[in-house]
Design a protein around this ligand. Sequence first.
Ligand SMILES: Cc1cc2nc3c(=O)[nH]c(=O)nc-3n(C[C@H](O)[C@H](O)[C@H](O)COP(=O)(O)OP(=O)(O)OC[C@H]3O[C@@H](n4cnc5c(N)ncnc54)[C@H](O)[C@@H]3O)c2cc1C
Length: 384
Amino acid sequence: MDLQEILSRIKQIANSTVKDEAGAIDEKSKWPEASIQALQNAGLGGLVVAKDLGGHGQGLHAIARACEILGQVSGSAALCYGMHCVGAAVIGAKATEQQKEEFLKPIAQGRHLTTLALSEPGTGAHFYFPQTQLLALSGNEFLLNGSKSFVTNGSKADSYVISTAGVDPEAARDEFSCFVLRNDTAGLEWGPDWSGLGMRGNSSKTLVLKDIKVPAQNLLGEVGDQLWYIFQVVAPYFLTAMSGTYLGIAQAAFNEARQHLIGRAYTHSGTTLSQNQLLQHRLGMLWARIERTRQLLHHATREGDGGDPTAVLPILASKAEVANCCVEVVNEAMSLMGGIAYSHSSRMDVLLRDARASHVMGPTTDMLYTWLGRALLEQPVLDS
Ligand SMILES: Cc1cc2nc3c(=O)[nH]c(=O)nc-3n(C[C@H](O)[C@H](O)[C@H](O)COP(=O)(O)OP(=O)(O)OC[C@H]3O[C@@H](n4cnc5c(N)ncnc54)[C@H](O)[C@@H]3O)c2cc1C
């Protein structure tokens, strides 16, 4: 399948299964099981898995496009699928033969869902400073102790890509390691169901890791080489999945506002809002805002897929710009739609709540602009 076929398949699923499930995802905080299954059944579980392992061999650009399509219908479904793809990309970056067989081939066959669990309650938005303790045991095993917060697809996935502190107690704070844990690993304890303001279907749960024994074969890459992972894989894929999702939410809000302007007719004048010059102008500005943000994201993902080392700059900027675009477009669309939109029965209700998560999901907007500035000033990007 080429990218156009992949995207048209995703569109079909978005407009059928995801659309049918979207109401319950938000109202009942339902994890988007049917949507994820439909995507897996359609052969899309392995979007970023290498072709020789049965996947589609796609990269950042495909994730951005896929998440935008899904995000127009359900932010949670987009993020749950996006985080699966991010997890698969992290596993695939330096996978051993055993990891290819155990994780990547089943992912490509639609039999395995994964996700990324980096954030911790103690370090919050500073997800690159994990405090989960890693202790080397004899017999090629490690012992893990700690906790992860806001794990998207929490308790629903078949595996979790987690970060831990460096194995050496003297290791620098940013020297950490990544493991992939199976969901049946003894000792995983899940926190209570999550009730978010928006993104309510994410199943963003806390995971407590208590005396977890993990075989060394589940280590991703080498102990302590995770700064490479952060900048080469985790950040680009994570930022792109979120950017696509929130761009989709902005586009959905625009579509709602446009339909409202066309359909809202006044009885006193016989005119529709679409005939009002001020509203025409404001809608035009919204379209331009979304489109220029989309072009930045597409430029960033194409550069990233092409291996351009400077792609990190537009990738960092994209998520910050998409977050601002998303919140502002949804707000403005709400104003354009008047009192009719200001109701729990309006689609704008869920779009407004979902959009707001864009700024608080790490790396947060403030952090991204700061990192961008540091990179441009040739300073170390992460806090010391
Ligand atoms: C819906 C949702 C889904 C999520 N999914 C995942 C997931 O799948 N995997 C995962 O690992 N995590 C996930 N997260 C966690 C997320 O990425 C953040 O780590 C988390 O939201 C941080 O929350 P906090 O309350 O601890 O923020 P805090 O760390 O308390 O930060 C609060 C504010 O202070 C600001 N701040 C802190 N330090 C600085 C600084 N140095 N410079 C500038 N500003 C600063 C932050 O930008 C933020 O605005 C998710 C979060 C949400 C809400």
